[in-house]
Ligand binder design. Sequence first.
Ligand SMILES: C[S@@+](CC[C@H](N)C(=O)[O-])C[C@H]1O[C@@H](n2cnc3c(N)ncnc32)[C@H](O)[C@@H]1O
Length: 290
Amino acid sequence: MKIKEYRAHFIQELTPLYDAGEAESFFYLILEEKQQLKRIDLALHPDLVFSASEVAVWNSILAPLKQEIPIQYLLGKTSFYGLDFSVNEHVLIPRPETEELVDWMLSDHRKTQQSNNLKILDIGTGSGCIAISLAKNLPNATVFAIDVSEKALATAKKNAANNTVNVNFIHQNILEAVTLSAVEGINEQFDIIVSNPPYVRNLEKEEIKKNVLDNEPHLALFVEDDDALIFYKKIAELALENLTESGLLYFEINQYLGAAMINLLQQMHFKNIELRKDIYGNDRMIKCTR
Ligand SMILES: C[S@@+](CC[C@H](N)C(=O)[O-])C[C@H]1O[C@@H](n2cnc3c(N)ncnc32)[C@H](O)[C@@H]1O
């Protein structure tokens, strides 16, 4: 079958579930990943064909796409801050908003002398996307990363190895940590503590797309409606003890809870609190000092 004929069939099968542009972008992602062909190759060689076994592989990806399984899980990989990450059902798919948080941190630290020996802790590391991107871009920093999920940590370790960085991964339920220095594997103060913890309230479930709700780990996403800032409170408490004198705390936050976050950090006497919006104009990240 000619590839361009299969392409028309693929896009037709996926619309209107996805808009045509998204369906087309899936087609080219798979074309590159499974056939090592780019869009330009198809333009230059419009008579290229798929063998019967290749069509079978494509159909085996098309079927779950029609059930709204995320393309990143089907391909087993995604890109974050210019790096490749393996992903699976045990880890949240890294989001562009989180890239913005990493970018903020790097613009604060990349140029400073201090970045030579920064000690950094990422809490709720998931795929390891934050910790690994920081380690890659701050090569002299020492990076630690915590998660409660052993399976997420296994994925994050693989991602660190594939991206040739060294991150100290620690299995820990952060809500049960009395102090950070009591956590096995940690005996330092941190210059930076960062977290993108679970922050979606059950009451927001209706807003969550079906492909996220049905496929991404709920452990990574949801908190109780009546204690939505549980992770932020705990991590801020731990940071009060374990951040260095001039240390910085960064969080990705729920877009509806910017004011509540400022309030929480003020009550805990954090200083220099700065709230930032993401590219969509939503309150999405916050930083402060002790
Ligand atoms: C929103 S995801 C963020 C993942 C990744 N840092 C990112 O930005 O894509 C939250 C992560 O926190 C982890 N987590 C949930 N509860 C936790 C707990 N009590 N202690 C430590 N980690 C926890 C989840 O397993 C998940 O990997």
